[in-house]
Every structure is written in structure tokens, then in C-alpha cells.
Design a protein around this ligand. Structure first.
Ligand SMILES: NC(=O)c1ccc[n+]([C@@H]2O[C@H](COP(=O)([O-])OP(=O)(O)OC[C@H]3O[C@@H](n4cnc5c(N)ncnc54)[C@H](OP(=O)(O)O)[C@@H]3O)[C@@H](O)[C@H]2O)c1
Length: 266
């Protein structure tokens, strides 16, 4: 009866993880979300699937993370099999700005720090808080949702100068994952950075979102003609779970895409 805790489950890929994992009554699923009352779809899933437990967690807030780990520990006998650090700051009003395009340098600094806080420090705090539970678990897997946007190879090949704060935060978190992997290899805890693909989770109105996907795919295909295009969250989650379930200690610290190949090469 595997147990999972996933961050950022109010929407997007995180919500799709809960749909998929919750539909199997064998699983115990802890759905972590920062704004529980506003997470309508998540609440509906927890109503439908009794194996889904919502745990309020803001990964910008250390105390909230520690309280969440305590709650999961209490509800799950002091252990956890798989932690998925999915929650992140990604969609951002100034994502289009390049590093030299900010008129206000203080705003640039504020944006860079907020990506770092949520996507790097928030993930590190979450891993530290859940480590004792993972150590006591059966499968001992800690997954970190990363992005091709954090890969030098991807950035240079596809001319991606926008979204610098997001890209840098994902590159940094990959390094944190490698550090955790080295430290905990001997005790058998598997750390894996996983990229989910280009996934349709935009909050924009449907027409605007589809135009964004089409334009992004067109742009990437200039340099990467065989780029697969945008996929649905359900597809991404199924593929990611297959990789997670197959992961072995030999792979610890790796950065893989949802097909299990080295990420950054698309
Ligand atoms: N979609 C893609 O194409 C794509 C590609 C590569 C990598 N990724 C990665 O995949 C993961 C999920 O992406 P997504 O597309 O599902 O993103 P999304 O739709 O923007 O959802 C982000 C999730 O993270 C949560 N979150 C943000 N800040 C948080 C905080 N401080 N505390 C707790 N939760 C927080 C959000 O909660 P709220 O609802 O409260 O804001 C939301 O549930 C992210 O790590 C992202 O970087 C996505």
C-alpha cells in the first residue's frame, strides 16, 4: 500500500497526480496545497476518493511545511514512500522579460529572489522536513519536478532568453537534488529530478492558452523539428509515474525526462 505526498496539488500537474493516484484505492495520497478552500477540484477529489487526504502546505513558509510533515507522519504511521516536489512558481506576469529588460532593477531582484525562494529553498525545506518519513518508508523515493528550461543545452539550442528567474531556479534545484543524492545514497534514498514535458496547464482563457501552446511549439520546432508538442497533464503524470516506479538507487541524482532519457536534450 504505497503512500505518496505531493506538493502543489490545487491545479495543473499536481492535481492530475491526485486524480491518477487517488483512483487506486491501494494508494494513500497526501495532497498538499497552500490554498485549500480555493482548491475546488481538489476538494471534490478528496470527497470522491477516501484515500486522498488534503494537507494545507505553503512551501514558502517553513512552519507550514514542518506542520504538514508532522500531519503526514501522524496519519501514516511515521513513514512515507514517495514524496513528489511538484509545486513551483512558474506562471508569472513578467515571465516574458529577459534579464536586461527590467526597467526597475529592484523589481528584477525581487522576481529572481521569489523564484529562488519557492522553487529552490521551498523544495529544500520540504525535503528536509520529510526526510525522516522517507527514511522509514518502503520505497524511499524523493522526486523533484524540474524543467528543460533549467538546462544550458536546451536554453542555448532553442534561444530561450525569457523566464530567467524560473530557468535559474530549476537549474539550482537540480544541483540541490544532486547534493541530496550524494549525501543519502548509502541509506538507499533515491532522489530524482524529472521533467514533465510541455504540459497544458496555462491559466489563461482557452483560446489564448492554445495560441500560446501553438506559438511555443512553433518556436521550439525551429531548432528542434521533432519536438513532440504540448501534452495533457494526465499523459505527463502517467509517464512520470512509470519512471518513478522503475527508479533505482543507481539513478539517484539524475535529471530525466518523462521517457526516462536524460533531460535537456529535446
Ligand atoms: N506545465 C509545463 O509545461 C511544465 C514544464 C516543465 C516543468 N513544469 C513543472 O511542473 C510542476 C507543475 O507545473 P504546472 O504546470 O502544474 O504548474 P501550475 O499549473 O502553475 O501549478 C503550480 C502549482 O504549484 C503551487 N504552488 C505555487 N507556489 C506554491 C507555494 N508557495 N506553496 C505551495 N504550492 C505552491 C500552485 O498552487 P496555487 O494554486 O496556490 O498557486 C499550483 O498548485 C512545476 O514544478 C513546474 O515548474 C511544468
Amino acid at each position: 500500500m504505497p503512500s505518496y505526498a505531493i506538493t502543489g496539488t490545487s491545479r495543473g500537474i499536481g492535481l492530475a497526480f491526485i486524480k491518477e493516484l487517488g483512483s487506486n484505492p491501494e494508494n494513500t495520497v497526501f495532497a498538499m496545497a497552500r490554498n485549500v478552500s480555493g482548491a475546488t477540484e481538489l476538494n471534490a477529489l478528496a470527497e470522491k476518493y477516501k484515500n486522498v487526504h488534503i494537507v494545507e502546505t505553503d512551501i514558502d513558509d517553513l512552519k507550514s511545511i514542518q506542520k504538514a510533515a508532522e500531519t503526514v507522519g501522524k496519519l501514516n504511521g511515521g513513514k512515507l514512500d514517495i514524496l513528489i516536489n511538484n509545486g513551483a512558481l512558474m506562471q508569472h506576469e513578467r515571465a516574458i522579460l529577459t534579464l536586461d529588460a527590467y526597467e526597475d532593477q529592484e523589481l528584477l531582484e525581487k522576481d529572481m529572489m521569489s523564484f529562488y525562494k519557492t522553487n529552490v529553498v521551498g523544495v529544500i525545506h520540504t525535503i528536509n522536513a520529510f526526510l525522516p518519513l522517507l527514511r522509514a518508508g518502503e520505497t524511499k523515493k524523493c522526486i523533484i519536478t524540474s524543467s528543460e528550461m533549467g538546462s544550458l543545452k536546451y536554453i542555448l539550442k532553442n534561444d530561450v532568453s525569457f523566464a530567467p528567474g524560473y530557468s535559474m531556479s530549476k537549474a539550482a534545484v537540480n544541483v540541490a537534488v544532486a547534493k541530496f543524492a550524494v549525501k543519502h545514497k548509502e541509506e538507499g534514498i533515491i532522489f530524482l529530478s524529472l521533467t514533465p514535458g510541455f504540459v497544458k496547464t496555462s491559466l489563461a482563457p482557452k483560446e489564448k492558452a492554445e495560441a500560446f501552446y501553438a506559438e511555443t511549439v512553433r518556436r521550439i520546432r525551429i531548432k528542434t523539428p521533432d519536438f513532440e508538442g504540448a501534452i495533457l497533464p494526465e499523459q505527463s503524470v502517467r509517464d512520470q509515474l512509470a519512471i518513478i516506479h522503475k527508479a533505482t538507487i543507481e539513478q539517484t541524482g539524475s535529471l530525466l525526462n518523462r521517457r526516462g532519457d536524460n533531460a535537456g536534450d529535446i
